[in-house]
Design a binder for this molecule. Structure first.
Ligand SMILES: Cc1cc2nc3c(=O)[nH]c(=O)nc-3n(C[C@H](O)[C@H](O)[C@H](O)COP(=O)(O)O)c2cc1C
Length: 209
């Protein structure tokens, strides 16, 4: 009988041929079926200049064999932190599945083409909102933001809203991916994959939960 990748992950006989990125796809597909909203939401952890951790939710956008991308304002707290210290961790928790996936690794900026392509795919209202938002900086009151949105909307008119240069994406290139699945009496299943760098083989270890 053909096993799912998840069954192979946890049966302990042989994980050597398992690709954690393919496993991620298997779990992500299930999450898309079962989560009531935002199966692509993930907590993204960074560190500031003093080493103090910071964390917030972002949306997982494009992903491929290179890594996992999210888009944001590069002048935001997270943007500045990642430019100064380009490494991050992220975690996705799907309550409906009782499963968690964690990753850590270096972060790179997506290409201009990738950023343009994603920005162009968004609704015009969202593009105008992104261009207006001085993310992470003080705002006197909501009305000020709404006035700025109205002014930019009027200025753009029927024209295009191009991507502001400070709005782009980061790609987390995992060197660690860990899969956690809820078990009875808190005897959860937990397997961690690590590799030395991009292109290097993945090694896996089961961990006490
Ligand atoms: C479910 C969810 C998804 C979010 N997705 C994004 C995102 O993709 N990009 C983004 O910049 N902020 C996103 N946010 C807002 C961030 O959590 C955060 O408030 C904002 O990016 C400012 O964070 P910073 O000050 O640490 O840079 C999201 C919030 C939630 C709750």
């Amino acid at each position: 009988m053909l096993q799912t990748l998840t069954e192979r992950l946890f049966d302990d006989s042989d994980r050597s041929q398992l690709d954690p990125l393919a496993l991620f796809e298997e779990w992500y597909a299930l999450a898309q079926e079962s989560e009531p909203n935002d199966p692509h939401a993930m907590a993204l952890a960074t560190a500031d200049q003093s080493g103090m951790p910071d964390v917030r939710m972002v949306l997982l956008n494009r992903r491929d064999e290179r890594g996992f991308c999210f888009f944001t304002n590069f002048e935001s707290d997270k943007g500045r932190q990642l430019i100064a210290n380009p490494q991050a961790a992220m975690v996705m928790h799907w309550k409906s599945l009782r499963r968690q996936v964690r990753m850590r690794g270096p972060v790179e900026q997506v290409t201009t083409e990738e950023a343009d392509e994603y920005f162009a795919s968004r609704a015009k209202g969202s593009r105008i909102a992104s261009a207006t938002s001085k993310q992470s900086r003080p705002l006197a009151n909501r009305q000020q933001m709404m006035d700025e949105v109205a002014a930019l909307t009027a200025m753009v008119g029927d024209g295009d809203m191009p991507r502001p240069t400070h709005w782009s994406g980061f790609r987390l290139i995992p060197t660690m991916i860990e899969f956690w699945k809820d078990g009875e009496f808190r005897l959860h299943d937990r397997v961690r994959f690590t590799r030395d760098g991009v292109g290097a083989p993945w090694n896996s270890t089961r961990l006490y939960p």
